[in-house]
Write a protein that binds this ligand. Structure first.
Ligand code: NAD
Ligand code: UGA
Length: 469
């Protein structure tokens, strides 16, 4: 029986390994992590992450050929294939701070693999890493190897949160990069055989290591670039009377452009787009490609611009002051169908409004009170580093309440900001909400989910990203 071990039981490691276990009953899969709490949650009825369809997959395989454990060394030493899916955040200190990827967790995993291995291993980069990381990992492994052979593969993950199980069941492609030597090709074949249990052969792309590593950064940069492009267009729509949804529809009909990923928003969030573009920028700068670096930097600048623009619009529309006014925040997660708040644009928007002394009443169906308060007390980049958090200042704490119902959040509010596109926000009883709000009642739709005409008929003043006022 082939044995797989995955180091890192996070948003990628957990769902990816659960699907491998489900699709490959002949393979034993162990997912290991240093976080005792996370492993305990994976072994409980309340999985540590919310992802549609994940519970069913885990229930079918856990205890059969899928195991979650903190016994990292045991499972690593027994495995034939080791996936490394640890976090690779942006460096906060030292050389490259604020841009370069922090590979501390990766390096410590690699050193541990070298220490405990007694048989040859295939080591798979699942985390998103800078180009040429495989070379560094190879050095760490071979210089500490006690004669054991390691083959390094790059197998970046392309799943999106909220649709992880669907994406893993039917990926657009699986990418495997490896050395162009006979041993390298054998390792590629071994990993390909795993995916071939359910992924059609033509969707499994094999490349050299550096192409695979760079393709992951490139894919995220291209996706984020589309969002910044349509968001930049949304500002122009508001200035000219064009409607960004109509523009998206019209340009998306061009098969070369395609309709996906053209939804204008308050900006992209999530743990990866910004981190991976910063990483790409840093790599370009290190290679002396200043103009290329500046091109990609602009994607993040437009994203920040979009979040600021939204806050400015709320404050300026509400007569240039939100001081003491109750504002309902509907949605805090970085997108619908996830409880993940890493780099959610809601953090910047809420902080902006708190800075203008608004009172916020926050509702998200999947995000806990503790998580919201933690996020609002963190500095940029702190979210992926274990730091000692400063609690929210006493005055800021008084400005924020977290509630479990959209109607409670909006009661007596002067304005509503929709920051996540949860489906339930489309079908709220807006007449009921309007009747209980202060007048004039404002809606700022940062995700274009509400029916603007209907809300205006009720009496709301509606601001919707990229739409005429
Ligand atoms: P995560 O923070 O949810 O999970 C990482 C886990 O690794 C944590 O539970 C942490 O405790 C564990 N860990 C760190 N060092 C360890 C060690 N030495 N030994 C054992 N466990 C260790 O991160 P994630 O969202 O799953 O992302 C992981 C990687 O995958 C990142 O590089 C990310 O860029 C990439 N990625 C993420 C997504 C996504 O949707 N979240 C999608 C594609 C790729
Ligand atoms: C993204 C990519 O889609 C995945 O392919 C990739 O594997 C992953 O990053 C990663 O490397 O972490 P994810 O961040 O989970 O996945 O979610 P997306 O659906 O890409 O959304 C990212 C952000 O962009 C969200 O805040 C979303 O609301 C926003 N978005 C997305 C828009 O504002 N408009 C759109 O049209 C699409």
């Amino acid at each position: 029986m082939v044995k797989i071990c995955c180091i890192g039981a996070g948003y990628v490691g957990g769902p990816t390994m659960a699907v491998i276990a489900l699709k490959c009953p002949s393979i034993e899969v162990a997912v290991v992590d240093i976080s005792v709490a996370r492993i305990a949650a994976w072994n409980s009825d309340h999985l540590p992450i919310y992802e549609p369809g994940l519970d069913e997959v885990v229930k079918q395989c856990r205890g059969k050929n899928l195991f979650f454990s903190t016994n990292v060394e045991k499972h690593v030493s027994e495995a034939d294939i080791i996936f490394v899916s640890v976090n690779t955040p942006t460096k906060t200190r030292g050389l490259g701070a604020g841009k370069a990827a922090d590979l501390t967790y990766w390096e410590s995993a690699a050193r541990m693999i070298a220490n405990v291995s007694e048989t040859d291993k295939i080591v798979v980069e699942k985390s998103t890493v800078p180009v040429k990381t495989a070379e560094a990992i190879e050095k760490i492994l071979t210089h500490n190897s006690k004669g054991i052979k390691f083959q390094i593969l790059s197998n970046p993950e392309f799943l999106a949160e909220g649709t992880a199980i669907k994406d893993l069941f039917s990926p657009d492609r699986v990418l495997i990069g490896g050395r162009e030597t006979p041993d390298g090709q054998r390792a590629i074949k071994a990993l390909k055989d795993v995916y071939a249990h359910w992924v059609p052969e033509e969707r499994i792309i094999c490349t050299n290591l550096w192409s695979a590593e760079l393709s992951k950064l490139a894919a995220n940069a291209f996706l984020a670039q589309r969002i910044s492009s349509i968001n930049a267009m949304s500002a122009l729509c508001e200035a000219t009377g064009a409607d960004v949804s109509q523009v998206s529809h019209a340009i998306g009909k061009d098969t070369r452009i395609c309709p996906k990923f053209l939804n204008s928003s308050i900006g992209f969030g999530g743990s990866c787009f910004q981190k991976d573009i910063l990483n790409l920028v840093y790599i370009c700068e290190c290679n002396g490609l200043t103009d290329v670096a500046n091109y990609w930097k602009q994607i993040i600048k437009v994203n920040d611009y979009q979040k600021n623009r939204f806050v400015n619009c709320v404050v300026s529309s509400m007569f240039n002051t939100v001081s003491g006014k109750k504002i309902a925040i509907l949605g805090f997660a970085f997108k619908k169908d996830t409880g993940d708040t890493r780099e959610t644009p809601a953090i910047d928007v809420c902080k902006g409004l708190i800075g203008d002394k608004a009172r916020l009443s926050i509702y998200d169906p999947q995000v806990t009170k503790d998580q919201v308060l933690k996020d609002l007390s963190m500095d940029k980049f702190d979210w992926d580093h274990p730091v000692h958090l400063q609690p929210l200042s006493p005055s800021s704490v008084n400005q924020v309440t977290i509630v479990w119902d959209a109607y409670e959040a909006t009661k007596d509010a002067h304005g509503i900001c929709i920051l996540t596109e949860w489906d339930e926000f489309k079908t709220l009883d807006y007449q009921r909400i309007f009747d209980r709000m202060r007048k004039p009642a404002f809606v700022f739709d940062g995700r274009n989910v509400v029916n603007v005409e209907k809300l205006r008929e009720i009496g709301f003043i509606v601001y919707s990203i990229g739409k005429p006022l």
